[in-house]
Design a protein around this ligand. Sequence first.
Ligand SMILES: O=C(CO)COP(=O)(O)O
Length: 129
Amino acid sequence: MKTEIHKIAMIAHDGKKAEMVGFFKDHIAVLQRMDIVATGTTGSHLQKAGLTVDCKASGPRGGDAQIAAMIVDGEIDAVFFFRDPMGKHPHEPDVQMLMRLCDLYDVPLATNPAAGHMFLAGIEAQQEA
Ligand SMILES: O=C(CO)COP(=O)(O)O
């Protein structure tokens, strides 16, 4: 696992987008120092909330797959993917692929806000050290 986190991916299913924006607001200081890539609709929510984000395609139109390719290329240090466990997603194979590649390439993957808070607490502690 990479110990320094510079570039992260942020992705949220529709039922989790409000939580993703709240999460961003809770951690605005540390997140603003990172390069952030996001799936399309998640990214536009984050942009509206004030974050500079590189927006890929919307998830159902291949955005998860684009971010998965970046993981293969070693371009992503951590993924925050707030999944909606109650939703059905037409691009579920892409979602599974992205998560599999996180495991294959040992990229930290937070699938809910509680894990995300712990990740960022760890990153903040590293940056202060
Ligand atoms: O569907 C998603 C993740 O699988 C998220 O995509 P959007 O951010 O474009 O809604």
